[in-house]
Ligand binder design. Sequence first.
Ligand SMILES: Cc1cc2nc3c(=O)[nH]c(=O)nc-3n(C[C@H](O)[C@H](O)[C@H](O)COP(=O)(O)O)c2cc1C
Length: 246
Amino acid sequence: MASLSEKAAIFHAECSREVKRPKTRTSLAPSRVRKTRSRATNLTASLGECLERRESSRIFSTHGLTSGTLRTILWAAYGSTAHPVNPFLKRTVSSAGALYGIHPLVAAANVNGLPQGIYSALDGLRYILPLSLISPIERCFRTKHVDYANAAAIVFLVGSITLLSETYGSRGYRYLLIEAGQISQNIALACAATDIGCVSVGGFDDVFVNSQLCSVENGAVVIHCLAIGSRDAPREELIVRNAEQI
Ligand SMILES: Cc1cc2nc3c(=O)[nH]c(=O)nc-3n(C[C@H](O)[C@H](O)[C@H](O)COP(=O)(O)O)c2cc1C
């Protein structure tokens, strides 16, 4: 009987097959892409400051977020850095073969200026589903020690295994996880820059969130999620309170 770590090693090996020849895609961007006016202008803290400040927050205040702050965080997460009508798309993260296999969805519960709902967050916010589909929000998680009830929004990173595996075979799954990791870090840093609380939550209920948010049959699964919201306690106090919650 293989141990868990042996099984993980076997699974990793299965996802390590050599790729014969990735299809070349025309979306690989040339350096001459006209940039749009980006939301980076709202992110004025230095990278060093953001890295210093980044930390997990599991307690949120009831103040919620403004839609402007949410949009800024989402732009940092995975926003387009090229002209919207330019076919040579680039985003704030790198992507194997420029396939961009992640589709962020946002469950907005307490965002000023945005009706409650589940939004597609690919280049702007587009309402797609009622929030009641995943309410109460705690239902989505197995990790119970996060203050989901006061979180302003939950970002679900839905990944297309199909899209990546068409080009990269089983290695594509690894690439998808790496892309989701980059997005998560961008969210964490943008939250640090805007003084918004944020926690990565790997402990979600896969069966439930996948059934409500994506199409597993088509190879789309929730890879990761993050809870975000405002925090009004002094940072030091939050660090102590958060530590007590772990
Ligand atoms: C992939 C991943 C999954 C995580 N899942 C959870 C989780 O389910 N619940 C939670 O409270 N924190 C979760 N965290 C946050 C970690 O507990 C946290 O990063 C760690 O305690 C270090 O604290 P810091 O982020 O404040 O530096 C997760 C972090 C990562 C990267």
